[in-house]
Design a protein around this ligand. Structure first.
Ligand code: MN
Ligand code: MN
Length: 464
């Protein structure tokens, strides 16, 4: 058998860096710089929505209101409570024949503050968190942390807080026990050694100068909050305040082939679908690109994908054409854009190598997610799966297949099943990530760029 015959017969994924030209590599590097700049100012779902609207408006997107007249080529966005976002472009094809949906999430694991967070102990001031999403608690002590969020005051006005991102800002920290005194801790399981209730965030130690006052560290901290933001302790009760790693997105590796940053899951798919949508001018299919909230906690709430906001948006869009939304949905196609678990040789045991995704091997198509015998998965049908793969092949996009770890090793889900529930053909696809959900996650530059290309090709592809 010749080498060509062998290659034609057997499937072998290819390393993206071997496939792209010098020109493409230069474009890729430019693209990565813009992505890193986006990440640095987009550390919560709310900040992602603000950043995306700023970029979209600069490209001619207008706020959508139900009932407004729309025409092919119109670029629209719908801001769902500042926490999730839909944007899209009206196509020439009748909306009755379906739309193309790209759905990623913009929330990432972090430490949210409790409603009453501020306290002091042994003359040190702390904030009490309730962690958000699937974190490994031992990864959070002794790293620089920043505080981000919105506080609504009694009069209805909102104050946006960001402390710890500017180089001159102070940072915060969860403490850990010194090794010298850790003989007991060393023998404990991770679950015993690192408790959710012990992840308090150190934010101060100076006492307010007043002989008569008690809890003088807490009092002093509240006074600083009040002077800077005009808030009182009561205002914390309904606030959305999150503590996130105070790390900037950086090139990773001597060869600068990767990017280390907080929140690649899933801002890497959000950013790539957004840039694909911005490039998608005058399309045949109407495009609907979603930044979803709450994926990391099960997609519940009215800003998560389990809510009806997508269905209602499409119903409003279809109404002037006299089309029932269920017909739009039944004819629609969706890429559920979320990260996949890249093979990590340091933990090879957890993966099945032949069905894992690899760093640098391109955007990863994931037919099914779920856990324990494909429980709670979308498991895309073969016809739509092969259609998506053909689109990627025809456009020479670097792509690979991947499964989330070994059978019965664990598992996870995405927003795919909530969109499939609406009778939409849906498949998972996204960027392979190392150290998923850690304060610093790692992706490869070529995978990022090929994902942007893949999403664009999906939006412009001919499809029935
Ligand atoms: Mn995700
Ligand atoms: Mn996740």
């Amino acid at each position: 058998m010749t080498k060509e015959e062998r290659n034609a017969l057997l499937y072998k994924p290819q390393n993206g860096l071997d496939r792209i030209s010098a020109v493409e590599e230069a474009e890729m590097n430019d693209y990565c710089e813009q992505y890193k700049a986006f990440l640095d100012v987009s550390k919560t779902e709310r900040e992602c929505v603000v950043s995306a609207i700023r970029l979209a408006e600069a490209k001619g997107f207008k706020p959508y209101t139900p009932g407004m007249a729309v025409a092919p080529g119109d670029k629209l966005y719908y801001n769902n409570r500042g926490k999730s976002l839909i944007f899209g472009t009206m196509g020439t094809r009748p909306i009755e024949k379906g739309v193309k949906i790209l759905a990623a999430h913009v929330d990432s694991p972090r430490l949210d503050l409790k409603p009453s967070p501020l306290f002091e102990e042994a003359e040190l001031g702390y904030l009490r968190p309730h962690y958000y999403g699937g974190i490994k608690k031992y990864q959070w002590p002794t790293i620089p942390l920043a505080l981000h969020g919105d506080v609504y005051k009694k009069d209805g006005s909102v104050v946006t807080i960001t402390i710890g991102e500017d180089e001159n800002d102070p940072i915060f920290c969860v403490t850990d026990l010194l090794p010298h005194l850790s003989s007991k801790q060393r023998t404990q399981t991770l679950a015993e050694a690192f408790k959710g209730e012990s992840m308090n965030i150190l934010i101060g130690s100076r006492q307010f100068k007043d002989e008569k006052a008690s809890e003088k560290v807490k009092l002093n901290l509240m006074k600083i909050f009040n002077e800077k933001y005009g808030i009182t302790e009561r205002d914390f009760l309904g606030a959305e305040l999150s503590v996130v790693p105070a790390l900037k997105a950086r090139d990773l590796g001597l060869d600068r082939s990767m990017i280390g940053a907080y929140g690649h899951d899933d801002r890497v798919c959000s950013y790539t679908e957004m840039t694909a949508e911005i490039a998608n001018t005058n399309p045949e299919w109407t495009s609907v690109v979603i930044f979803a909230d709450k994926e990391e906690v099960g997609s519940d709430g009215n800003t998560g994908m389990h809510s009806r906001f997508l269905e209602y948006f499409l119903a409003d869009l279809a109404e002037p054409f006299g089309v029932p939304v269920r017909r739009v949905l039944s004819n629609s196609k969706c890429l559920s854009a979320d990260v996949s678990a890249a093979f990590d040789p340091a933990f090879a045991d957890a993966y099945e190598k032949q069905n894992s995704s690899f760093i640098n091997y391109g955007v990863c198509v994931v037919k099914y997610t779920g856990a324990g015998g494909k429980s709670s998965t979308n498991d895309c049908n073969a016809k739509f799966t092969s259609k998506v793969c053909a689109i990627l092949d025809n456009a020479d996009v670097v792509w690979q297949f991947g499964e989330l770890g070994k059978v019965d090793q664990g598992g996870g889900g995405t927003v795919a099943k909530y969109i499939a529930e609406l009778d939409v053909d849906t498949i998972d696809i996204g960027v392979p990530v190392l150290c998923m959900h850690a304060p610093m996650e790692i992706i490869s530059k070529v995978d990022l760029y090929e994902t942007h290309r893949g999403f664009y090709e999906f939006l412009v592809a001919k499809m029935d």
